[in-house]
Design a protein around this ligand. Structure first.
Ligand code: IPE
Ligand code: IPE
Ligand code: MG
Length: 241
């Protein structure tokens, strides 16, 4: 049996894959550990999937790492996640550079602890010239926050006479989103069995193909990622036409 990696058609790759990395808590609980242990094990999957995407030449990979709603989790879990993000970004920066990966971040980044914002900015600056995969981390992100933020900026620009209501179009609106200059996802993957979007990229997912798997995020391997790509390549995309 060929592996899923061998079955991927390199001439028909999705340009942008977005992932809702879900199920860290359940994965840990099922093994008798606390949720934070699950988050620690989720980092390994982030590394694997980033490598997997870079290896076959995918241009954009967006990972939903922390939602604006996730701020409402118990303080100890939020603190542990922020610590883990600080550690991981620091530790992985050389690997990103080695693999020619450029890092970007989207979300309400001002809400992040100063130390994390700082580390994130350093990593973004140090990888900015890399021309391989663009890895986009969604942190303190939610689509409704993003859309409201866009509307506020549009109103400002109308007040400043830099924009008229008549000029507004889907293209111009998209330029006010945090994903400006990033193409819409072709494929959205959600792990761990929930069949929902959870406030992720509501505008950008308009015509994305959706792929759901029961696999919990800490178990999501390179082959799981390639399996999703193969599934995507079986689909017929019509865009309403
Ligand atoms: C995903 O795993 C990681 C984050 C949302 C930060 P969860 O923490 O949501 O794990 P489950 O879904 O409760 O199992
Ligand atoms: C979505 O997962 C957010 C991230 C993966 C960061 P959640 O676990 O927070 O979403 P719900 O609560 O299942 O909808
Ligand atoms: Mg969850």
């Amino acid at each position: 049996m060929p592996t899923f990696k061998e079955q991927v058609d390199k001439t028909r790759l999705p340009e942008h894959v977005a992932i809702i990395m879900d199920g860290n808590g359940r994965w840990a609980k099922e093994r008798g550990y606390n949720r934070i242990f699950g988050h620690h094990n989720g980092v390994k999957s982030v590394r694997e999937v980033t490598e997997a995407a870079a290896e076959i030449g995918i241009k954009y990979l967006t990972l939903y790492a922390f939602s604006t709603e996730n701020w409402e989790r118990p303080q100890a879990e939020v603190d542990a996640l922020m610590e883990l993000l600080i550690e991981t970004i620091e530790k992985e920066t050389p690997t990103l550079n080695k693999n020619n990966v450029r890092l970007l971040a989207i979300g309400d980044l001002k809400r992040l602890p100063g130390k994390l914002e700082d580390k994130l900015q350093r990593c973004i600056d140090s990888t900015t010239l890399n021309s391989g995969l663009t890895l986009v981390l969604a942190l303190s992100y939610s689509a409704r926050w993003e859309i409201i933020n866009a509307v506020k900026n549009i109103i400002k620009d109308i007040d400043l006479k830099q924009l008229t209501p008549e000029e507004m179009s889907a293209e111009i609106f998209a330029n006010y989103l945090t994903t400006k200059s990033i193409p819409d996802p072709d494929l959205l993957i959600r792990t761990s069995g929930e069949l929902r979007i959870s406030n992720f990229l509501l505008w950008q997912l308009a015509y994305s193909e959706l792929y759901f798997t029961e696999t919990h995020w800490p178990e999501f391997s390179k082959e799981c990622f390639y399996e999703a790509i193969c599934d995507y390549q079986q689909r017929e995309r019509r865009f309403g036409k």
